[in-house]
Design a protein around this ligand. Structure first.
Ligand code: SF4
Length: 66
């Protein structure tokens, strides 16, 4: 799986960081998302998918075949 984030769309709600802090963090400057692991290990895929679902800005995209 490959994860991409669009920081221009991100509103800094922080749902992703709360849901999966091993993959997502927030910038200390403006609170927008920081992607820590673009290729998360398989055991994190379920929670990464949950992050993409709950993101209010639809700023997280996933390529499950990459
Ligand atoms: S959940 Fe979405 S809007 Fe909120 S910080 Fe993460 S990427 Fe940004």
């Amino acid at each position: 799986m490959r994860v991409d984030v669009d920081r221009a769309k991100c509103c800094g709600a922080g749902m992703c960081t709360l849901t999966e802090p091993l993959v997502f963090d927030q910038s200390p400057e403006d609170g927008t998302v920081v992607l820590l692991r673009p290729h998360p290990p398989e055991e994190l895929w379920d929670s990464v998918e949950e992050c993409a679902r709950v993101c209010p800005s639809q700023a997280i995209s996933l390529d499950e075949h990459a």
